[in-house]
Design a protein around this ligand. Structure first.
Ligand SMILES: Nc1nc2c(c(=O)[nH]1)N[C@H]1C(S)=C(S)[C@@H](COP(=O)(O)OP(=O)(O)OC[C@H]3O[C@@H](n4cnc5c(=O)[nH]c(N)nc54)[C@H](O)[C@@H]3O)O[C@H]1N2
Ligand SMILES: Nc1nc2c(c(=O)[nH]1)N[C@H]1C(S)=C(S)[C@@H](COP(=O)(O)OP(=O)(O)OC[C@H]3O[C@@H](n4cnc5c(=O)[nH]c(N)nc54)[C@H](O)[C@@H]3O)O[C@H]1N2
Ligand SMILES: [Mo]
Length: 685
């Protein structure tokens, strides 16, 4: 025993972040987790943890943890609860879901996202339960679906550059990604590449921590990146900078693409993006001439009307210049498509009978408030089970969402660690275990290892893992299929059944296993598209446009000048450094400077706004309050509200999502959080 540490457990960070860090948890003789640290042996995360997770045990043992089942005793939203037993909680839920199902099971809506990225606690027994029940399906679009489909139509899946080769890149374009905040372990590879002479350029409307550390920052207008990519393709082909051999062998649709990009000369692209022609020309030449060039795309830039096409356009670039040929070359948004896990065995879609409707999670307000012809087809939502998500804070068009959650005829169950904004609206609130208390299996979207999370401690209070809760509910509903008896380890084995050479025993022992992804996986084509090539022309996109095209934001000065006259500022609300979406806000709020609004000095001057002023940010959907920070870190015409705050922890009780819209992206049905015009004024009293 060293310093009272009895054992050290191999674990994995569960949070919604590309890095999926390998963790070690020190547990003392009393069975208490006393310290969490990064595992220095993990090849990608190499012992580092971020500012949020470095003291993870404090979140687990936090005094506000939910420890017992509770039922509502005050009005919806008041957050008043009384403790009940698990039996009462499960009986009530089973009986209310049974009633709703008797009527029409599609009146039941599961609502979950990536509070934990664990394959078991995130998408296994829960899916089986709702599939068997015949509940509405949920289209999980709130984060990444636009980009995912943009990639799928171009390179075939969520695949790209092997992140462990990025140190071999000679040119690194960080495009709509705040690596230092939201993907910190990639930064080491960026710095190594730079030490060997690579140039690092960041394209972001804000001068973020990452932009600050780059060799150049290009402050683009939000939502216009698709046009920039087309402009770059124009310059590449105009100046003969393409890799014709790679194009001929490993792409389809080149002649059509060539004709299309002629429509995007730098002059046109300059007026769309707010960048000078000189910048566009120079950026393109640097990109095309410094092989291997790597583009780190992230999800920020796809939260706009044209988000899917934007990612598609950007993913055409590496094939055009042959960047995929080299280790370190290419583009990366997500590695999740590399994992050959058996998701079908986990989720068991075969349990679905008939054809239930699908509800898009990014239109929750609509789904809850618009029974009838205006809303989703089918019956009104009568019961909702929320887990791994905090929609009252994170979903767009917040006032509509809250209106829905207040409905007296809606039965709401929430599985949580803490009493979040959403939990305040629960009829039954169930205490879930955290990562230190349960078992799980993980993939990553920023590296290529399968990870295991061994439980370090016993569940606190009466907390239960999500898997257990759905197992118990299945029993209460008398579901007799054998799959409802599977243990978590059984399910992990099923998930691994399609991964050659990986066993659960080895994973539990070592903590991770590397996928077999080559150093230059697309050097000789082999894209997982229908043609096996990079598809500049995609037959599957015939209904929208089979070729790359610029789809402007719904709300910007060029596409909607009337709206822009009324609400002239583009609001983006990217992650605050110490928060993970709305997770950690209650634990780490004091590390952030309160809800702030960053505004450029010129935009502040015309509104008589000074740093420290309380301001109201508003549009036709709603408003929220923040403290102004006047700074040239944001460009003119753009304001930024670091997010996602808990409503109940900020003045006014509502956050940036009071202004965001439920409109969806061009492909993938994604949320459009950053496609959002507002205006700002000082709050006078
Ligand atoms: N610390 C921390 N890490 C996180 C998260 C977190 O909340 N906190 N969230 C996790 C999740 S769920 C996700 S999806 C990822 C998100 O990771 P990122 O995609 O990196 O997240 P964002 O901050 O939304 O977007 C990145 C950058 O894009 C910029 N941006 C916004 N709109 C545009 C645009 O139109 N064009 C361009 N070029 N840039 C734009 C923003 O200013 C921001 O700096 O990070 C994950 N990691
Ligand atoms: N304005 C604005 N809105 C945004 C974004 C933005 O950038 N700006 N980002 C969007 C993005 S990218 C995303 S991904 C979504 C994220 O939205 P969500 O997926 O809802 O993420 P969180 O807000 O982190 O909430 C997750 C909740 O799950 C809980 N949780 C964690 N682990 C477990 C578990 O094991 N069991 C149970 N039962 N609960 C658990 C946590 O306590 C937390 O309250 O938000 C979106 N909303
Ligand atoms: Mo996300």
């Amino acid at each position: 025993m060293i310093n009272g540490i009895e054992k050290t457990i191999r674990a994995a960070c569960p949070h919604d972040c590309p890095d999926t860090c390998a963790m070690l948890v020190d547990v003392n003789a009393e069975g208490r987790a006393v310290r969490v640290k990064g595992d220095p042996d993990h090849p990608f995360t190499h012992g580092g943890l971020c500012v949020k997770v470095a003291h993870y045990e404090k979140r687990t043992y936090h005094r506000d943890r939910l420890l017992y089942p509770m039922k509502r005793k005050g009005p919806k939203g008041s957050g008043q609860f009384q403790r009940i037993t698990w039996d009462e909680a499960l009986d009530t839920i089973a009986s209310r879901l049974g009633d709703a199902a008797g009527d029409n099971p599609q009146s039941i809506l599961p609502y979950s996202y990536a509070g934990t990225m664990g394959l078991l606690q995130g998408a296994s027994m829960d899916r089986r339960f709702f599939h068997k029940l015949g509940a509405s399906l949920l289209d999980r679009t709130i984060c990444s679906s636009a980009g995912m489909f943009g990639m799928r139509y171009t390179v075939g899946a969520s695949v790209g550059t092997n992140p462990e080769t990025v140190d071999q890149a000679r040119y690194i374009l960080i495009w709509g990604s705040n690596v230092i905040t939201s993907n910190i372990h990639l930064w080491r590879y960026v710095l190594r590449a730079r030490a060997k002479g690579a140039r690092v350029v960041t394209i972001d409307p804000l001068r973020t921590r990452t932009a600050d550390q780059s060799d150049e920052h290009i402050a683009i207008m939000p939502g216009t990146d698709g046009a920039l990519a087309l402009g770059m393709m124009h310059v590449i082909l105009r100046d003969g900078l393409q890799d014709q051999d790679y194009i001929d062998r490993f792409t389809i649709g080149f002649p059509e693409l060539k004709a299309r990009v002629e429509e995007y000369p730098p002059s046109r692209v300059s007026s769309i993006t707010g960048l000078s022609e000189e910048t566009i020309e120079r950026l393109t030449h640097e990109y095309a001439k410094n092989a291997p060039a790597f583009i780190r795309v992230n999800y920020g830039l796809q939260r706009h009307a044209g988000g899917g096409m934007t990612v598609r356009n950007i993913f055409c670039l590496p094939a055009l210049v042959g960047a995929w040929r080299h280790p370190g070359g290419g583009a990366l948004l997500s590695t999740s498509g590399f994992y050959p896990l058996n998701f079908a065995a986990l989720e068991r879609a075969d349990l679905i009978q008939g054809k239930p409707r699908t509800i898009n999670m990014s239109r929750l307000g609509d789904a809850l408030c618009n029974a009838g012809p205006a809303g989703p087809a089918g019956p009104p939502v009568r019961a909702m089970v929320v887990y791994n998500s905090n929609p009252a804070a994170v979903a767009p068009n917040q006032q509509r969402v809250l209106e829905g959650l207040r409905r007296e005829d809606l039965f709401t169950v929430v599985l949580e660690h803490f009493q979040t904004d959403t939990a305040d609206y629960a009829d039954i609130l169930l205490p879930a275990t955290t990562q230190l208390e349960h078992f799980d299996l993980h993939r990553s979207y920023g590296h290529t290892y399968v990870m295991v999370n061994n439980p370090a401690i016993e569940p606190l209070g009466e907390c239960k893992p999500n898997t257990d809760i759905f197992r118990l509910l299945a029993r209460r509903m008398s579901f007799s299929d054998a799959c409802f008896e599977d243990s978590d380890e059984d399910m992990a084995r099923q998930a691994l059944s399609t991964c050659k050479g990986m066993t659960l025993e080895e994973l539990k022992e070592k903590g991770w296993a590397r996928l077999n992804v080559g150093d230059a996986p697309f050097a000789n084509g082999g894209f997982p598209t229908p043609s096996g090539k990079c598809e500049f022309y995609s037959e599957r996109l015939r209904d929208l446009d089979p070729l790359p095209v610029y789809i402007p934001p719904r709300e910007d000065r060029l596409s909607n000048p009337l709206l822009a006259e009324k609400y002239p500022l583009a609001l983006i609300s990217p992650p605050a450094h110490h928060f993970l979406n709305s997770t950690f806000v209650n634990v780490l709020a004091d590390k952030e400077a309160g809800p702030t609004l960053e505004i450029h000095p010129e935009d502040a001057a015309t509104r008589h706004i000074a740093t420290g002023n309380p301001v109201q940010v508003f549009n036709s959907r709603g408003d929220f309050l923040a403290t102004a920070v006047v700074t040239d870190r944001t460009r003119t015409g753009v304001v930024s509200a670091p997010s996602v705050w808990w409503n109940k922890l900020v003045p006014g009780g509502r956050n940036a999502n009071s202004t965001t819209s439920e409109e969806l992206t061009d492909i993938g049905g994604g949320a459009t959080f950053y496609d959002n015009l507002v205006d700002v004024r000082v709050v006078s009293d």
